[in-house]
Design a protein around this ligand. Structure first.
Ligand code: ADP
Length: 410
């Protein structure tokens, strides 16, 4: 029972094929620089023990159509599948589901039209996601396809937390509200936490820190998102690789009124030239930390700011949750940087947060606990797996649809 998860970007397509009986990956790949003369493709073909063979090729892929066609060919050539009849469904990552989509949704022309309508809310992402859906449908017209939205997990955020204090009519007209992102990751990790604690998700409250190039934090109450740091766009919240995160909106007005930067230049400044990169010139946390070790004061400031912002959100979300069972670190920085985890959790003992310095540096590739034995709040590192979450939600959506059409309840 195989499901293919697809994440289509503006010039890339990422895919992963899962056997849903075991949740094990069978194959994965990335096609980059689509539309350029030398598009790079890299693939992994997994063995039953979890190890994999890695392959790469350079084939000019003119467009996404070529990209998906090549993936379809490779899956058969590599014997990952015999033919497309072995696929029970395909799940697509769609960044913005607006207020419309609170669940993974079986794709049809109406759903595609609705995703198109949401392009103004995600002008960079939704068109690329939609393109991926169109070409995948053309390649595999008989395989059911499902859209899995980054925003969907945050639909449970109550009105008082998702509204901005703007004129209500204007906000309604312009669809301005907190939507939140990284939902598949926050959902995957909070479900994994419940398994780890051996409790049903609805009995657990957590603060989930997704720290990758983009970064967001979610307050999860009883398995549901009740607040998250990213807002109408992924610009709000934590300091990120190249995004500024929380900022006084007056700064934006000042830039527009007092400099000769255009609106799109301000956009690019806030999204691409700020964050770690803006403060110290590097956006890759490994490089930033290397510079800190060499005594670079700007890099140190960047790291201090980064950790301080995380700490402020831990404090804020400790206040909005009735109690906190666990804090979870995930994604590139969250999973791999003991230094950032230590800085983010430092001096929070008064909140019941005690990191164990030894456990923090000896983290395995699996989920593990890094809190001290006397810590009231548990602290975990849990690797995220957004592709597997997309595949799981796709299967769930298709089963629900089946049970509805056959009149059974699942
Ligand atoms: P994306 O948001 O693109 O999926 P990732 O989740 O892969 O990003 O996270 C990328 C970030 O993780 C980069 O800033 C990278 O420097 C950081 N990172 C990866 N490994 C380490 C490490 N060992 N120490 C510190 N940072 C790391």
């Amino acid at each position: 029972m195989n499901i293919l998860a697809i994440n289509s970007g503006s010039s890339s397509i990422k895919f992963e094929l899962f056997d849903m009986h075991t949740s094990a990956p069978l194959a994965s790949g990335l096609s980059e620089s689509i539309g350029e003369p030398t598009s790079q493709q890299s693939y992994r073909l997994y063995k039953s023990d979890g190890s994999y063979d890695e392959l790469s090729e350079t084939i000019a892929l003119k467009n996404h159509e070529d990209g998906v066609r090549r993936i379809a060919q490779w899956l058969v050539e590599s014997k990952a599948i015999k033919d497309s009849s072995e696929l029970v469904g395909i799940g697509h990552r769609v960044v913005h589901g607006g207020a419309e989509f609170s669940q993974p949704t079986r794709i049809n022309t109406d759903v595609m039209a609705a995703i198109r309508q949401l392009i103004p809310l995600a002008p960079l992402h939704n068109p690329a996601n939609l393109r991926g859906i169109e070409v995948t449908l053309a390649e595999w017209p008989d395989i059911p396809q499902v859209a899995v939205f980054d925003t969907a997990f945050h639909h449970t955020i109550p009105a008082y937390a998702h509204h901005y204090a703007l004129p209500a009519n204007l906000a309604r007209e312009q669809k301005i509200r907190r939507y939140g992102f990284h939902g598949t990751s926050h959902q995957f990790v909070s479900t994994a936490l419940a398994r780890l604690l051996d409790k049903p998700p609805n009995e657990i409250n957590s603060i989930v820190l997704h720290l990758g190039n983009g970064a967001s934090v979610t307050a999860v109450r009883g398995g549901q998102s009740i607040d998250t740091s990213m807002g109408m766009t992924p610009l709000e919240g934590l300091m990120m690789g190249t995004r500024c995160g929380d900022i006084d909106p007056g700064v934006i007005l000042h830039l527009l009124q007092s400099t000769d930067l255009s609106a799109s230049e301000v956009d690019s400044t806030l999204n691409k030239k700020s964050g770690l990169k803006g403060i110290c010139g590097a956006n890759d946390m490994r490089e930033v930390l290397r510079r800190v070790n060499e005594g670079d004061q700007q890099a140190l400031l960047a790291v201090e700011m980064y950790a301080y912002r995380i700490k402020k959100y831990i404090g804020a979300y400790s206040a909005v949750l009735p109690h906190v069972d666990a804090i979870v670190f995930t994604a590139g920085i969250g999973e791999h940087s003991p230094e950032i985890r230590a800085r983010a959790c430092a001096d929070l003992e008064h909140l019941g947060i005690h990191l164990d310095s030894q456990r923090n540096v000896h983290v395995s590739s699996d989920s593990c606990a890094i809190h001290a034995d006397n810590s009231r709040i548990k602290i975990f590192v849990i690797p995220t797996n957004e592709e597997l979450e997309i595949a799981k939600q796709t299967l769930h959506c298709l089963r629900e649809a089946d049970s509805t059409t056959t009149g059974r309840s699942s």
